[in-house]
Each structure stands twice: as structure tokens, then as C-alpha cells.
Design a protein. Structure first.
Length: 183
């Protein structure tokens, strides 16, 4: 379906580009927010990315899926935006508290799970948050993640490994804080 709309846009049908915005805006935003960690900045990144895609659509050769090309642009814009903002700050997990035991709280509802997952992803470094979001939430394979991010396959594996460890530590610390505030 993407190919049909790509041709329409290339042939001058400006309105056909709306298809791409409707189809990919939520995922593009999800990718951007995982990197920049700020709603307004993520919206700006996505807007700039779509403008860039529209202006550079003639250069899309079709060697990969359109979505892969788009997400790569979003990722590049997001990291450039971070560089401009000088907001890169990596937190250390070395001092993180010990994890909760599994029997110390009741199962969470879907909404609660979603809340804690998103809160934890917000606290993580951009690359790790992005890797987890794409691999687990968007169910991309490691090869697709490699295509989208431009990282080597070994780098994808290392980042995912570190991200899993950090996520586990951070979410357990968050849950422990919540439990302590209730008590």
C-alpha cells in the first residue's frame, strides 16, 4: 500500500501524503519520545521528520520498507535534537536499590502496567529506551532494529542486554517507591 501512495506523492498528489501521516504518526511519536523524553520536543521531532520525508521522498529507493526509512529519519532527528538541547544525561544503575520480591505486591492492572512501563522507559537513556520500545512493544526483530537504527547487530544485542538489566532495576525501584508511599 505504501508503494501506491509513494507514487501518488511523487506524481504531485500532495493530499496522498496524509496517508503516511495517519499510518505512521503514532509509531513515529513513540520512537521520538523514547529518545528525547519530552512530549513537545517529540512532537517537534516527528513534525520535522515528516517534512523531511515529504521533501526527500524522491530519494527513497525502496531498498527497505518505507516504515524503516521513516523511523530511521525520526531517530536521526531525535538524536540531533538531543544534541542541540544538550540534554544527554545518563543515569547510573550501580547505586540502584535492591529489587522487590515477587510476592510483595498484588498483580497490576493493564493500565497500571502501561503506566509503570512508560515511567521506567522515560528514566532510561535514549538508545536503551528506543531499543526496548522497538523490540518488545513494536515486536521488531533484531535485524529490523538494526535496519531502523543503523546499529550493528552486535551493538543491538549489547544495547538490548543493558536495557533489560536497567529496565528491571528501575521498574523494581519505582515499584518499591510506590509500595513504600502506600504504607
Amino acid at each position: 500500500m505504501d508503494d501506491i501512495y509513494i507514487e501518488k506523492v511523487k506524481n504531485g498528489d500532495v493530499e496522498a501524503f496524509r496517508y503516511f501521516v495517519r499510518q505512521y504518526q503514532h509509531m513515529a511519536y513513540s520512537v521520538a519520545i523514547s529518545v528525547v523524553k519530552d512530549e513537545f520536543l517529540a512532537e517537534e521531532v516527528v513534525q520535522e521528520a515528516f517534512i523531511n520525508v515529504y521533501n526527500k521522498l524522491d530519494s527513497f529507493k525502496g531498498n527497505s520498507k518505507f516504515s524503516t526509512w521513516l523511523y530511521r529519519i525520526v531517530i536521526n532527528k531525535a538524536f540531533r535534537s538531543l544534541d542541540k538541547q544538550k540534554k544527554l544525561s545518563y543515569e547510573s544503575i550501580d547505586d540502584a536499590e535492591t529489587v522487590l520480591s515477587d510476592d510483595s505486591f498484588e498483580p497490576l492492572s493493564k493500565d497500571e502496567q502501561s503506566y509503570y512501563i512508560n515511567e521506567t522507559l522515560q528514566q532510561m537513556p535514549p538508545k536503551e529506551s528506543l531499543a526496548l520500545r522497538l523490540f518488545y512493544l513494536q515486536e521488531m526483530s533484531m535485524e529490523e532494529l538494526q535496519d531502523v537504527t543503523g546499529w550493528s547487530l552486535s551493538n543491538v544485542k549489547v544495547i538490548l542486554h543493558r536495557a533489560r538489566k536497567r529496565f528491571y532495576t528501575l521498574i523494581n525501584a519505582l515499584l518499591k517507591t510506590e509500595v513504600n508511599s502506600i504504607l
